[in-house]
Each structure stands twice: as C-alpha cells, then as structure tokens.
Ligand binder design. Structure first.
Ligand SMILES: [Zn+2]
Length: 273
C-alpha cells in the first residue's frame, strides 16, 4: 500500500531536498492538490501528472521517485495525485467520505458495494479523464450518469481537480506533458488527426520499451485537451502488467520505476529540441 500518509511524507522529503511544493487547488471535498517543481523556470517546461484515475494510484509513488531522481535543466511540474479524493475512496472506502449524503450516493453509484478498490472517478463519480474539453462526450465508452468510471460530467471541465490542472498547464505552458496511468505497458500518443511530435513519442517508447499506439478514438482526456490546445507532445503512459490486479501493482513498483527512470531526461531533451 502507498497511502496518503506515505504521499505526504514523500512531499516533505522532496521539499527538504530543495524541490518547491505547493498546492494547485482543491478537490471536490476540499483537499489540497499538491504539485512538486524542480529545475529552472527559465527555458522549457514539462508537466507530468499521475493518479487522475483513482485505482491507478501506483503511478503516484512512480512519479515521486522520478522527481526525486530528476536534476535536469528543464522545469518539471509534477502533480503526483490529481484525484486525491478518488484515491482515498479507493484505498479507504467510505470512511474517507465526510458527508453522510455523499456516502449514500457513492454506495448507490457503486451498486451497493463498499469495495471501491476498482473506482476510477472522483468523489462525485465523474471520470476526470473524460471530462476535458476535447471532443467531450464523443467517446464510445462515455456515460452520461454518475458511475465508477466513464462519466463525462455535466459539462467539460466541470470538476475542480481538472480546472486546477488546466490552470497550472496554462500558467506554465509546458512543451511536453506526460500523463501516467495503469495498466498495459503501452504509450498512447496523438489526438484526433493531431500527432505533434512523432519523433519525441518514439524516443520515449524506445527507451521504456512500451509500444506506441495512436489514439484517434480517445476523447475528453487531459492528453487530448493538451494536444488540441497546445499542439505539442502529450503522452499517456500506461504502466504495469495487465494481468496484475490494480492493488497489487505496487509490488512491482521497482521494475516500473526502472523502466521509466530516464523518461524525464528524455522529455527534457525533446523539449529543448
Ligand atoms: Zn487511467
């Protein structure tokens, strides 16, 4: 398990070792969403984020390890746990929800089950990675009602976690973004007919060994919105073996870290052209 306490300890360690740590906003339940910054604010900037999907929380300690090791020239803005409420719901169940009405709602959305270990959405059952303004609502798996996964929300960027991530992106103007998800050991690139940096995508595919797939059908994701808006390299990196349960992926963290250890340096190289 890598819980919220372990996450907070890691943030303290990063801060103690010279990284900037600050909050980019608040979740639906009012919890702060931390961001870690290393490198220089001059020159090219990179944005990396993880755990936008609750059950994929293994990506948080992964990007934390990547940030601990990073000492390159580019500025790197890392949001290690976008969906704080969702991760806590996934790991701790309804005891993480402070409001009785919301508990009842979530139990109902989860078909009466108190096991939230496969939950992907945030604390009001919106899937943050189909809620962005990029062909919003056009995905084949999208649903229009609250659900553990795939609910697009009432309108694009309806969720505070996403508006916080969007505001950070607009402020720092990254030229490369990396969105960490689980599972599948694959990298998704491109959006609709846009494929801004096929060479950059290939470089990261080659060094991780994750094969590259185009995602012409993907809609409403952060990567989709980033590519549509900035027309720069945005990748969704899916880590972990498909046959390992989500809550057991943490047992393979060292191998996942090993595979991704050069990604930030490569992203910086790509950013600097
Ligand atoms: Zn995901």
């Amino acid at each position: 398990m890598y819980d919220i306490k372990a996450f907070q300890e890691d943030l303290k360690e990063l801060y103690a070792n010279g990284a900037q740590v600050f909050d980019i906003g608040y979740t639906y339940l009012g919890r702060p969403i931390p961001c870690v910054f290393k490198g220089s604010e001059e020159g090219k900037q990179i944005l990396i984020h993880a755990s936008i999907h609750a059950r994929e929380w293994v990506t948080t300690p992964l990007v934390i390890e990547m940030m601990k090791a990073y000492n390159g020239k580019c500025g790197v803005w890392c949001v290690p746990m976008v969906n704080v409420d969702g991760v806590m719901l996934c790991q701790e169940g309804l005891s993480s929800i402070p409001d009785e009405g919301l508990k009842t709602f979530l139990l109902d959305v989860n078909n009466g089950s108190e096991d939230f270990s496969l939950w992907k959405a945030n604390a009001r059952a919106v899937d943050l990675n189909v809620n962005c303004n990029a062909l919003w609502g056009k995905g084949a798996q999208n649903v229009t009602y609250p659900a553990p996964a795939n609910y697009i929300g009432m309108f694009p960027f309806s969720e505070p976690e996403n508006t916080a991530l969007r505001a950070l992106t607009e402020r720092v103007q990254p030229v490369v973004t990396l969105s960490y998800h689980a599972r599948g050991n694959v990298i998704y690139k491109a959006f609709s007919c846009l494929d801004p940096s096929p060479e950059g995508a290939k470089l990261i595919s080659d060094l991780t060994g994750y094969p590259l797939l185009d995602t012409y059908e993907s809609t409403g994701g952060y990567k989709d919105w980033y590519i549509a808006t900035f027309q720069q390299l945005g990748l969704t990196i899916e880590v972990g073996d498909d046959d390992i349960p989500y809550d057991k992926l943490i047992d393979t963290l060292p191998a996942i870290c090993e595979r991704n250890k050069d990604v930030l340096n490569a992203a910086c190289e790509i950013a600097q052209g």
